[in-house]
Design a binder for this molecule. Structure first.
Ligand SMILES: [Zn+2]
Length: 251
């Protein structure tokens, strides 16, 4: 059984590995069935531990760093000197590193996992972008922090917006839509539905990421609860996928 979806758009570079877990192949019971990787959703902690082990074995993931996600635009710089442990994971919604022995992870169930690969330096990043993070421009913050720490330039980035709720399913209030169209332009609106993907793409284009370096997943999590968890489609009672990125050992 396939338990994760490789992000080919990032892996095609040959210099990084990226993926997102699917919801099958784990040990969690409903409503978290079955490969829930989120610790913060009231699932049995032992089941989550087992699920992480299953995914790590299947993917070869080691030394995974993540944060306690709070729908902010904060970015954590991961290095060996400041290695967070699970219980003390920093509060943030994005991580960046230039260490090849480090994998970065983000948990989602509708929010967008944004994978960032710098093809000119060893830097990578990953961000969690729901509507709050998107509005606060966490994708831009992530690349800015990669620039500060590693010299990353937007025109050298390959970016993928992973499986997330899309405009077919993401109905929002008029107030929120007005804020988004004012900030990111009318192309984010699809009737009363919002495209968080377009809002992120537009902010990335503004800072100089080339259009052909940005790709968006074909999957809507709310349409595809056979594959993914969806916070909205499952009324808030569900598990979390893990999205991850790391540099390959030799390149
Ligand atoms: Zn949909």
């Amino acid at each position: 059984m396939k338990i994760y979806h490789p992000i080919q758009e990032i892996q095609a570079s040959g210099i990084a590995t990226a993926g997102i877990s699917l919801r099958h192949g784990g040990v969690s019971q409903a409503p978290y069935a079955s490969l829930n990787l989120g610790e913060h959703v009231n699932d049995d902690p032992n089941a989550v531990k087992k699920n992480r082990k299953i995914l790590f074995q299947e993917t070869g993931l080691t030394n995974l760093h993540y944060c306690r996600q709070i729908h902010s635009a904060f970015v954590v710089h991961v290095n060996n000197e400041a290695r967070p442990v699970a219980a003390h994971a920093p509060e943030a919604d994005a991580l960046v590193t230039a260490q090849r022995d480090v994998a970065l992870g983000i948990f989602t169930a509708d929010c967008i996992p944004i994978f960032v690969l710098d093809v000119e330096t060893p830097a990578i990043g990953i961000a969690h972008a729901g509507w709050r993070g998107t509005f606060a421009r966490i994708a831009v913050n992530t690349i800015t922090q990669m620039g500060t720490h590693f010299g990353t330039r937007p025109n050298n980035c390959q970016i993928h917006l992973g499986p997330a709720i899309q405009k077919c399913c993401y109905t929002v209030s008029t107030e929120l839509m007005t804020q988004f169209t004012a900030e990111f332009g009318s192309t984010v609106a699809n009737g009363t539905n919002l495209s968080l993907q377009t809002a992120n793409v537009n902010q990335l284009l503004e800072i100089g990421v080339p259009p052909d370096a940005i790709s968006v997943s074909e999957f809507c999590t709310a349409c595809r609860t056979d594959l993914f968890y969806s916070h909205r489609a499952e009324n808030g009672q569900t598990g979390r996928m893990l999205s991850f990125i790391r540099r390959n050992a030799k390149n």
